[in-house]
Design a protein around this ligand. Structure first.
Ligand SMILES: Nc1nc2c(c(=O)[nH]1)N[C@H]1C(S)=C(S)[C@@H](COP(=O)(O)OP(=O)(O)OC[C@H]3O[C@@H](n4cnc5c(=O)[nH]c(N)nc54)[C@H](O)[C@@H]3O)O[C@H]1N2
Ligand SMILES: Nc1nc2c(c(=O)[nH]1)N[C@H]1C(S)=C(S)[C@@H](COP(=O)(O)OP(=O)(O)OC[C@H]3O[C@@H](n4cnc5c(=O)[nH]c(N)nc54)[C@H](O)[C@@H]3O)O[C@H]1N2
Ligand SMILES: [Mo]
Length: 670
């Protein structure tokens, strides 16, 4: 991102035209980063709660007073009988920069001996699924996509969630590659594809097995690749044999013809690119679904060729020196709390995992009062008068409303950072372009200051941000060789030390224990799971809970609205205007059955909670599925509620991830 500054004020942001992946454009949201940075509601001073918890009434205080209060409250809890594990950090994707997201903060909490947070809320199910099959969350290179001869956009809304991939896809299409979207919703991405397969949510592993069935049945597998580079291919063949097109169609809700036709085309392709993404892993069997899909290019040998393979992420290529940054060695062994069970952690005496209750919560880079599942439980927890809550933020979010102390944080334009990526292979340096707004400070500085107040004398707590960046880059890891601070300073970004395009598994070289693509996984067997790819039905499905489905027959998908980034940007007026108001999209048949007219206000509810939305009625999604574009700030919705009122704290099969879209509801006129 290039920032134009005039008289100390940022006036324009634009994509870097020289960048080989982002190619000179920004997404719909980040285009508005100026509007967001200079928003009249930016927090500019530390605030202290004056009214009752959650009333949202605060008074400005000085940094000195704020830091004193935080240091003394955290110190008291740490030295109380509960001990330091009663303190819980909570952070995620506000910024994914290493300096502002996983350096000084981690050092501070390690030294303090606070509970650890398992950061599962986005990608862990799929990440572990990839690890089980190929060894790491490493996949095909986006820059090879123009050479692909078949594109599957599988559980991803590319034009919304990573629009920079789209030009590469269009180049492949120009050369004749069809683009197929597999999604219960006919998203704006699906509308641009050649075909839309409206799969039943949570059944993707079944489809992948059905495709393998067709590939094997037609003899379209790559025997040489199977022999040389895979483990358990005879077992996989037997497993796939069970997944006839009839059975696959019955489970996935697609037609037998669709399954056969896709399997045939996949098998005949030479370099099919599968962009599998995070949407499809937000179900009970999400880990296994990703693992199963990740088997496909090894069956057909597509990993051999540019444009072939699966990409969930490229993140594991970024082998920064995380130990040096986070310094886990500074702290004792402590318990870990899963961030998606925050509701439970804040409302149970042993935080749901054993040990002391949570007495203090320090939130940064996250808005858990809106993004965490089972929102009613989270809000009950945040409402506890005996919970001391500190929130580092740009804005007075739903979460900040429950804070005791709010601290103003800097944005990307105001601080240093270094970034990994999950859809490409470039490291990015983030240099500050303007001075902080008001009294805002970078997260890193805030943790340095709190540490100093608490008397932490370790030199590690005094490293400045540029030193932290150098530490992140100081590693023997081969993919970071040649990526230097000076190089980054010169251009802003540098490619990892991998070829273009990067073909990670062209010659096997899988990083699994066996060094092969593991169709059969001993690690899964040890975990008591099926060692072979398999279909695990959603929790809230006719297979597993028919009574529940009878009461709540609609599956709610609450994936992001086009102009929101999770809850970031919801308060940016121009972007919120485009999202209009909380809405829910219903299929005409589902609307008719409930006598719901287009434009009516409806209640979406289940046993966990409810929220209001304006009904839109369109045939652009699978019958039985509804879509609530998300994630709304509760406080900006008429009823103070959002879709996470209805989602559950259950975990995926692998990685302890959330099951946001494994969620049955009913809709009725409000
Ligand atoms: N504009 C915008 N861009 C974003 C974000 C944002 O909030 N807004 N968030 C960023 C983040 S943090 C992430 S993790 C990514 C997320 O981006 P994606 O990985 O694309 O994930 P989602 O948007 O959650 O879901 C993508 C699609 O999966 C579909 N889906 C849901 N369940 C299933 C299923 O069972 N099977 C199949 N085949 N499809 C299913 C949904 O209908 C949805 O259209 O995007 C990033 N980019
Ligand atoms: N129902 C439903 N729930 C979901 C999802 C969904 O699709 N549906 N998506 C899930 C996914 S994929 C994810 S990744 C999570 C995301 O959940 P979060 O990580 O909580 O992401 P955001 O909602 O974007 O909130 C980030 C907050 O960080 C703040 N922030 C940004 N930069 C900084 C900084 O430098 N310093 C500080 N102190 N604060 C900063 C922003 O102002 C913003 O309020 O939500 C999950 N929740
Ligand atoms: Mo995410």
């Amino acid at each position: 991102m290039l920032v134009t500054v005039e008289d100390g004020r940022a006036v324009r942001v634009a994509g870097d035209p020289d960048h080989p992946f982002t190619n000179g454009f920004l997404c719909a949201k980040v285009n508005r980063y100026i509007e967001r940075t200079y928003h009249p509601d930016r927090l500019t001073q530390p605030l202290r709660r004056v009214g009752p918890k959650g009333s949202g009434t605060f008074a400005p205080i000085s940094w000195d007073d704020a830091l004193d209060e935080i240091a003394s409250r955290l110190g008291d809890i740490a030295s109380s009988p509960h001990g330091p594990q009663a303190i819980l950090p909570y952070s995620y994707a506000g910024t994914m920069g290493l300096v502002q997201g996983s350096s000084m903060d981690h050092r501070f909490f390690h030294l303090l001996g606070a509970s650890k947070l398992d950061r599962t809320i986005c990608s862990m199910a799929g990440t572990v699924g990839m690890r089980m099959t190929v060894g790491a969350n490493i996949g095909a290179d986006s820059e090879g996509v123009p050479e692909s001869d078949l594109i599957l956009l599988w559980g991803t809304n590319t034009l919304t969630a990573n629009p920079h991939l789209w030009p590469f896809i269009l180049k492949a299409r120009e050369r004749g590659a069809p683009i197929i979207c597999i999604d219960p919703l006919r998203t704006r991405t699906a509308l641009q594809c050649d075909e839309w397969l409206p799969i039943r949510p949570g059944t993707d592993a079944a489809l992948a097995l059905g495709l393998m069935h067709v590939v094997f049945a037609r003899g379209l597998e790559d025997r040489d690749y199977l022999e040389q580079y895979t483990l358990g291919h005879e077992d996989l063949r037997a497993r796939a044999a069970e997944w006839t097109p009839e059975r696959t169609a019955a489970v996935t809700g697609l037609s037998r013809h669709d399954v056969e036709s896709l399997g045939e085309r996949y098998g005949r392709a030479k370099a099919a690119f599968i962009r599998v993404n995070y949407g499809l892993q937000r179900h009970a069997g999400g880990g296994m679904a990703v693992r199963t899909i990740a088997c496909l290019p090894a069956v057909t040998g597509h990993w051999r060729r540019a444009g072939g393979g699966v990409q969930l992420s490229t993140s594991a290529n970024f082998q920064f020196n995380k130990r040096a940054l986070e310094r886990p060695d500074l702290g004792p062994d402590v318990r870990t709390i899963n961030m998606i069970r925050l509701g439970e952690a804040l409302t149970m005496d042993d935080a749901g995992v054993g040990g002391p209750p949570v007495k203090a919560l320090v939130v940064y880079n996250s808005n858990p009062a809106a993004v965490a599942p089972d929102r009613n439980a989270v809000l009950r927890g945040l409402a506890r008068e005996d919970l001391f809550t500190v929130v580092l933020e740009h804005f007075q979010t739903d979460t900040a409303d429950w804070a005791d102390i709010v601290l103003p944080a800097t944005t990307q334009l105001e601080h240093w950072d270094v970034h990994f990526a999950y859809g490409h292979h470039y490291v990015t340096l983030n240099q500050p372009s303007i001075t902080p707004i008001g009294e805002a400070k970078p997260n890193s500085e805030i943790f340095r200051l709190i540490a100093a107040r608490m008397g932490m004398a370790q030199p590690a707590m005094r490293d400045d941000d540029v030193t932290l960046i150098r530490q992140a880059l100081d590693t023997q890891a081969s993919k970071l060789q040649g990526v230097t601070f000076d190089g980054l300073l010169e251009r802003g970004w540098m490619r990892l030390n991998v070829p273009t395009p990067y073909l990670p598994y062209a010659n096997g070289e899988f990083t699994t224990p066996s060094g092969k693509c593991e169709f059969r996984s001993a690690r899964l067997e040890e975990m008591g799971l099926d060692p072979l790819p398999t279909y695990i039905p959603p929790y809230e499905s006719p297979e597993r809970d028919p009574d529940l489905v009878a009461r709540y027959p609609l599956t709610l998908i609450s994936s992001p609205a086009h102009t929101f980034l999770n809850t970031t940007f919801v308060n940016v007026t121009s972007l919120r205007r485009q999202a209009r108001e909380p809405e829910v999209l219903l299929h005409p048949a589902d609307a008719e059955r409930r006598a719901i007219a287009a434009g009516a206000m409806v209640t979406v509810r289940n046993d966990r909670g409810a929220f209001l939305a304006r009904a839109r009625v369109e045939p652009s999604l699978r019958e039985g599925v509804i879509w609530a574009p998300s994630i709304w700030w509760g406080k900006l919705a008429g009823d103070g509620a959002n879709a996470n009122q209805t989602t559950s704290q259950r975990e995926t099969d692998l990685g302890h991830g959330p099951v946001f879209y494994d969620n049955q509801v009913e809709v009725e006129m409000a």
